[in-house]
Design a protein around this ligand. Structure first.
Ligand code: HEC
Length: 127
């Protein structure tokens, strides 16, 4: 029957369109865009023990702590309070400015996590 073949082809084209739309939408999934954060949602007080330690443990200590398999890379130890305070300029340089840490394809800090660290520093690094 004439036209039967092109009907199958256009069904396939529609499916492909739907599939690629789903892929495109799912890329934007997962919360706030990485570069947008409302400062009003950042708490006035941010403490090391309840916020900063968890962020550093998630993103940094796998490579920057004496207990890690690779040791303490470049003397940055982000596994202790003193280490994070001493290495804060390194966070400013590699996380906020160059966006080079964590390296490679690893997940980067969200805008909110960066804003939390910045408020913590601005408040004088409360424990
Ligand atoms: C997968 C391992 C890994 C993780 C996770 C990681 N780093 Fe690094 N980091 C490295 C390596 C390797 C170097 C040394 C090579 C380089 O400078 O690129 C380095 C270097 C650095 C330096 C020194 C840069 C310089 O110019 O000397 C700083 C500061 C730093 N990292 C901060 C961080 C912070 C903050 C985090 C967490 C947000 C982090 N890193 C997460 C592997 C890692």
């Amino acid at each position: 029957m004439p036209g039967g073949g092109s009907g199958v082809r256009s069904n396939a084209a529609v499916l492909l369109l739907i599939a690629s739309t789903v892929v495109m939408l799912s890329c934007n999934y997962g919360g706030e865009p990485i570069d947008v954060v409302d400062p009003a949602t950042i708490p006035q007080t941010v403490a090391y023990h309840d916020t900063v330690r968890a962020i550093m443990n998630y993103y940094c200590t796998a490579c920057h702590s004496p207990g890690s398999q690779v040791g303490t890379i470049k003397d940055y130890d982000y596994s202790t309070y003193n280490g994070v305070v001493a290495g804060y300029s390194g966070i400013e340089e590699t996380v906020y400015a160059e966006q080079s840490m964590p390296p490679g394809a690893a997940r980067r800090l969200t805008a909110r996590e960066q804003a939390l660290l910045q408020r913590w520093a601005k408040n004088g690094f409360p424990q």
